[in-house]
Write a protein that binds this ligand. Structure first.
Ligand code: ZN
Ligand code: ZN
Length: 334
C-alpha cells in the first residue's frame, strides 16, 4: 500500500512526510482491515512531526479516518465487509486499570493514540481492534465525517468539560477545525458564543456559524465569559482568557501541547473568585460514539478543504499557518 511516512521529527516546512510503499497490514484475531477513504488532518500531527509529542518512528500519522471494512480477523464479528467505519485518536487502552474501569480510558497509562503509537490513516489501509471503530451515520459523506472524529469528538469533550449551560456565554479562542464544530453544538444547546480569532476569513466563518460577537485575541467582548475553550497553540491565550472569565468560570485548554510557554499568572487577576483551568487529555470511545449521534441529530456541517494524500505536507503547512478554513481532509481512496 501507499502511505505517507514520518521517519524523523523536523519542522513541517521541511516536508518530512514521504510517500512510501509499505506491506498491506494484516488484521489480528479481533481486528478489522479498513480501506481508508479519507483522513482528516489535525494540529496534534504538527506536534508529532515537530517533536512536541513523541510518536513511535517511523510512523504513519492520521487519526480521523473514514473507510470501508475490507477484511475481518478470524474472531472479529462486530462489523460486516463493506461497512463504513470511523477511527479516532483512541486506538486502544488496557481495559483493566482503575481509569479504564471507571470509564476514563482516555487517562489510561497504556493509552495508544492512532497515528502516533501505532500507524494511522495517512495510508491506503490500516488495522484496528473492532472495539475501537464506529459506524458512520449515513447522512455524512466521507469527507464530512472525518473531521467529526477528532476536531468534533474532542471538541465535544472540551464542551462537556467546560460545563457550559443553556443561555450562558462561551468564549472560543482560535477558530479552526475544532472550534467551527463546537460553535454548532453550543448554538444548538442555546449558548451565546463569542469568538476570538485573528484571521479575517476565520472571523467571517464564525459570524456565519452564529457567533454573537467576533473579535481579535486581545479584544473585549460585550460580556464576561461563563466558560472558555482555548484552541490556540500559544501560551498567551491562557491569561487573556482567564481575565475575561466570569467569577467561578472555567477555562478548558484543548490543545495537547502549547508551542510557547504560558506567561506567569497573576493570582488576583487570573485565578481569584474560583476561576478554574482544566486540560483535556485524549478521548474515550463513548465521546466518539455520543458525538457522532449528536452530530447526525443537529446536524453538524463541517467546512472541509480537500487535499490528495501526496499533498499531506503542504496541507499541514497551511494548517500551521492558520490558512485552512474549517477542517483539512486527505482524500485517499475516493
Ligand atoms: Zn486530532
Ligand atoms: Zn487502562
Amino acid at each position: 500500500m501507499k502511505a505517507m511516512v514520518l521517519r524523523e521529527t523536523l519542522p513541517v516546512e521541511q516536508e518530512p512526510l514521504r510517500m512510501e510503499g509499505l506491506p498491506d497490514p494484516v488484521p489480528g484475531p479481533q481486528e478489522i482491515l479498513v480501506r481508508v477513504s479519507v483522513c482528516g488532518i489535525c494540529h496534534t500531527e504538527l506536534d508529532e512531526i515537530e517533536g512536541r509529542l513523541q510518536p513511535k518512528l517511523p510512523v504513519v500519522l492520521g487519526h480521523q479516518v473514514v473507510g470501508k471494512v475490507a477484511a475481518l480477523g478470524p474472531e472479529a464479528k462486530r462489523f460486516h465487509l463493506g461497512d463504513r467505519v470511523g477511527i479516532a485518536w483512541i486506538y486502544s487502552a488496557c481495559g483493566k486499570c482503575r481509569f479504564c474501569q471507571r470509564g476514563d480510558e482516555n487517562l489510561c497509562s497504556d493509552f495508544k493514540g492512532t497515528g502516533c503509537h501505532v500507524n494511522g490513516g495517512y495510508a491506503q489501509y490500516m488495522v484496528i481492534s473492532e472495539d475501537y471503530a464506529y459506524l458512520i451515520p449515513e447522512r455524512f459523506s466521507d469527507s464530512h465525517a472525518a473531521p467529526l472524529l477528532c476536531a468534533g469528538a474532542i471538541g465535544y469533550r472540551d464542551l462537556m468539560l467546560s460545563g457550559v449551560k443553556k443561555s450562558q456565554t462561551l468564549g472560543l479562542f482560535g477558530f479552526g477545525a475544532s472550534a467551527h464544530i463546537v460553535i454548532q453544538v453550543a448554538k444548538y444547546w442555546g449558548c451565546e458564543v463569542f469568538v476570538f480569532t485573528r484571521g479575517e476569513e476565520h472571523q467571517t466563518l464564525a459570524r456565519r456559524l452564529g457567533a454573537s460577537w467576533v473579535g481579535g485575541p486581545q479584544d473585549q467582548p460585550p460580556q464576561k465569559l461563563h466558560c472558555a475553550i482555548d484552541f490556540t497553540p500559544v501560551g498567551e491565550t491562557v491569561p487573556n482568557a482567564l481575565e475575561l472569565l466570569e467569577k467561578g468560570g472555567r477555562l478548558v485548554m484543548a490543545v495537547i501541547r502549547k508551542r510557547n510557554p504560558i506567561p506567569p499568572l497573576d493570582y488576583s487577576k487570573h485565578l481569584w473568585d474560583e476561576k478554574e483551568i482544566k486540560s483535556v487529555a485524549n478521548i474515550t470511545r463513548k465521546d466518539a460514539e455520543a458525538f457522532l449521534s449528536l452530530a447526525a441529530e443537529i446536524p453538524i456541517v463541517p467546512e472541509v478543504q480537500k487535499f490528495e494524500l501526496a499533498e499531506a505536507n503542504q496541507a499541514l503547512i497551511l494548517l500551521k499557518q492558520g490558512k485552512i478554513q474549517g477542517s483539512g481532509v486527505l482524500v485517499i481512496n475516493p
